[in-house]
Write a new protein. Structure first.
Length: 574
C-alpha cells in the first residue's frame, strides 16, 4: 500500500509543544519566526575565565615594585634579577590588554544579529552561538598576535637598545687616546664553540638563573654571554632573553606554582621581605598546563569561555505563531479493499463503453495491413517516407509519379510534409567526400528551374562542404533532426566559476517548502469513475436481495390487510 502525506498546522506554540513536535517531525517541522533578527545580547551571556595569574597578586604594583632593583643592569643577561620587574610589568599589561579586548569582543558579539527565519531547536541555537563566538575570538586573537609580531619586529628591526643591557652592552673604554671610546657588545648565546646566536640577528633565550654579582673590577664583557655560572640557581619556568618581552614569551610561569621557588626569591629581592604581604599565600593553585606565555597569548589568556543561552528568551523573541509539519501515513486496509472494488467496477464500466470502438479500430487496422496496395497514404500514415528523386519532364508539361526518374539524391528523404522530409534527411550530398558528383548534379538540375544556381554564374558562388572530424562532431550521414536537437552547435565552451558564485551569494542556510496536491484532475476523475463503478458492482449484488425484501414486505402487508377485511366481513355477518 502506498503512503500518503498531509500537512498539519499547529497553533499556540509553546516550548514544550515545539520540543514534542521536533522529536517526531524534525525533518519537516517549520515554525516561522515573527522576528527574524535578534540581538545576541538578548538571549546570550558569557562566563569568561582568564589565566589565574591575571587575577593574582603577581600582576599587582606591589609585587612589581618589590622586584624592582635600581642596579638591575649590573647583573648578567641570564640573571633573573635583570628583567624580573620588567617581565611582570609586561605580564600585567598583557592581562589588562586581554581584558579590554575580550570586553570589546563580548560587546561585538552582543551587538551582532542572530538571523533566523524559522524557530531553531536548542541544540541548533547552541551550535550557531558557539560558531559566532569562536569566529569573534579568532578575529580578536589574530589582531592581538598581529600587534605583538609588529612590536617584536620593530624592536629587532630598528635595533632598539634595552636599558637593562640585555641585547646590547655599551661600555666606555680609555686606551691611548685622551677621550674614552664607546664599545658595543651584542649579547650572545653559545651553542658550540663555533656556533653562536646573537641578539643582533636572532632571539636566543636561556633559563633564568640567580648568580653571584660581578665585582666592579670585572669587565662588562663577561655579561654578554647567556652562559650560566656553575654556582647559579635556576628560576623554574622563567627565561632570559634579548629583551624582557622575549624572555616572558618563552616562560611557563612554573615558579608561581611552587612555594620553594617563591621562597628562593626572598633571598635575592630584599623588598619582598619588607612587604607586609605574605606572598606565599598568593601561589597559583590551578592546574598547570605547561604552556609558554606565548601560547596563552594566542588564546588571549582565556582558559574558558562559557556562553549561557537563555532559550526561553530566544523563543519569546522569535515568537512563532504556528508550526507546520508533514505527516506520512499508510492507507488503511479497508480503504485499500474499497478502492480495489471501486477500481474494478470503474474498469468494467470503461471497458463496456470503449470495447466496441477498440474492436472496430483493430479490425480496420488489420484490414489496412492486409491491403494489396503498396503505396503509402499520408492521410492514414503520417510517417510515410521514400527516397527523394528528380523527375524528368514530359512534353505535355506533366510529371507522372514514380515514372521518368532521372536521379535519386543520396541522403535526402521525401516525407508527407516538407519538415518531415528535412528532418529525416542527411546532408551527405553537399559534401565532397560522400559522392563526388552529387553536389554538381544537384546544381545542374536545379539551374533548369532557377537560373541563379547555374555553375558558371557568379551571382551565387557555391562550393561543397568539406568534412573534418577534428572540427565537426557531425559526420555527413548525420540526420538533420539530430543536428537540430543539438541546436546546430558544434561546441559551446562555457567558463564559469561556482566558487565565485558561491562567494557572491554567501548563503547562511537553505530552506525549502514543497506543496504537492494529493490528487490531480486525472486522479479525481479516476476516483470518481471508480466510485461510480464500485457502486454499480455493489448494487448489482445488493439490488436483487433488496427487491426480494421489498416484495416480501409488500406481500406480508397485503396479506395482513386481506385478513383484516375478512375479519371485518365476518363480524358484519353476525
Amino acid at each position: 500500500m502506498k503512503t500518503e502525506s498531509s500537512t498539519v498546522t499547529v497553533s499556540d506554540i509553546t516550548i514544550v509543544k515545539f520540543n514534542e513536535l521536533y522529536s517526531k517531525y524534525k525533518e519537516t517541522l517549520s515554525c516561522p519566526c515573527s522576528t527574524t533578527s535578534i540581538s545576541y545580547k538578548n538571549f546570550v551571556s558569557s562566563t569568561i575565565k582568564f589565566h589565574p595569574v591575571c587575577s593574582s597578586r603577581f600582576v599587582s604594583q606591589e609585587w612589581i615594585h618589590a622586584l624592582y632593583l635600581s642596579n638591575a643592569s649590573r647583573y648578567r643577561v641570564s640573571d633573573f634579577r635583570t628583567t624580573a620587574s620588567s617581565q611582570f610589568e609586561i605580564l600585567s599589561s598583557f592581562c589588562s590588554l586581554a581584558h579590554d579586548i575580550v570586553n570589546l569582543t563580548e560587546n561585538d558579539v552582543g551587538s551582532n544579529k542572530f538571523v533566523t527565519i524559522y524557530l531553531l531547536h536548542g541544540i541548533q541555537v547552541e551550535h550557531e552561538v558557539n560558531v559566532i563566538i569562536e569566529s569573534f575570538k579568532k578575529s580578536a586573537s589574530a589582531r592581538m598576535i598581529m600587534f605583538l609580531d609588529y612590536f617584536r619586529s620593530t624592536i629587532q628591526g630598528n635595533y632598539l637598545i634595552s636599558a637593562l643591557n640585555t641585547n646590547l652592552i655599551v661600555e666606555l673604554r680609555s686606551y691611548l687616546m685622551a677621550h674614552p671610546v664607546p664599545l658595543l657588545y651584542s649579547t650572545k648565546y653559545t651553542l658550540t664553540p663555533d656556533s653562536k646566536l646573537s641578539c643582533s640577528r636572532d632571539n636566543p633565550t636561556s633559563a633564568a638563573t640567580l648568580s653571584p654579582v660581578l665585582s666592579e673590577s670585572e669587565s662588562s664583557y663577561l655579561n654578554i654571554n647567556f652562559k650560566d655560572l656553575s654556582n647559579s640557581t635556576i628560576v623554574s619556568g622563567f627565561f632570559a632573553g634579548c629583551t624582557p618581552l622575549e624572555a616572558l614569551l618563552r616562560s611557563t610561569l612554573d615558579c608561581l606554582y611552587e612555594i620553594e621557588c617563591l621562597e628562593l626569591l626572598f633571598d635575592y629581592f630584599p623588598r619582598l621581605n619588607h612587604s607586609h604581604i605574605n606572598w606565599t599565600d598568593s601561589i597559583l593553585t590551578a592546574n598547570q598546563q605547561n604552556l609558554s606565555f606565548n601560547d596563552y597569548l594566542n588564546e588571549m589568556l582565556i582558559e574558558k569561555w562559557l556562553p549561557a543561552i537563555n532559550y526561553s528568551m530566544y523563543f519569546d523573541q522569535c515568537n512563532p505563531s504556528l508550526c507546520t509539519y508533514t505527516k506520512t501515513h499508510r492507507a488503511e486496509f479497508i480503504y485499500a479493499i474499497t478502492l480495489f472494488i471501486s477500481l474494478y467496477g470503474g474498469l468494467i464500466m470503461i471497458l463496456r463503453l470503449t470495447a466496441s470502438f477498440i474492436l472496430s479500430f483493430i479490425l480496420s487496422e488489420i484490414k489496412q495491413i492486409n491491403s494489396t496496395s503498396i503505396s503509402c497514404v499520408c492521410a492514414t500514415n503520417p510517417d510515410c517516407q521514400t527516397a527523394a528523386v528528380i523527375y524528368g519532364d514530359y512534353p505535355d508539361g506533366f510529371t507522372y509519379l514514380d515514372t521518368n526518374v532521372i536521379y535519386k539524391i543520396p541522403g535526402f528523404i521525401r516525407g508527407c510534409l516538407n519538415s518531415d522530409s528535412l528532418l529525416q534527411s542527411t546532408l551527405q550530398c553537399l559534401y565532397t567526400e560522400s559522392n563526388s558528383d552529387c553536389f554538381a548534379r544537384l546544381l545542374i538540375y536545379t539551374s533548369v528551374f532557377h537560373p541563379i544556381f547555374e555553375p558558371n554564374r557568379s551571382a551565387l558562388d557555391l562550393h561543397p562542404l568539406v568534412s573534418d572530424p577534428t572540427r565537426s562532431r557531425f559526420p555527413p550521414n548525420t540526420l538533420i533532426s539530430i543536428i537540430f536537437k543539438e541546436m546546430m552547435l558544434e561546441q559551446w565552451n562555457s567558463n564559469s566559476s561556482y566558487e565565485q558564485f558561491y562567494k557572491s551569494c554567501a548563503p547562511k542556510y537553505c530552506t525549502y517548502r514543497q506543496k504537492i496536491r494529493t490528487k490531480t484532475i486525472v486522479g479525481i476523475f479516476i476516483t470518481l469513475l471508480s466510485t461510480i463503478g464500485g457502486l454499480a458492482v455493489s448494487l448489482r449484488f445488493i439490488t436483487p436481495y433488496f427487491v426480494k425484501l421489498l416484495f416480501k414486505l409488500w406481500t406480508m402487508i397485503r396479506k395482513r390487510k386481506q385478513k383484516q377485511q375478512e375479519q371485518q366481513e365476518h363480524q358484519g355477518s353476525h
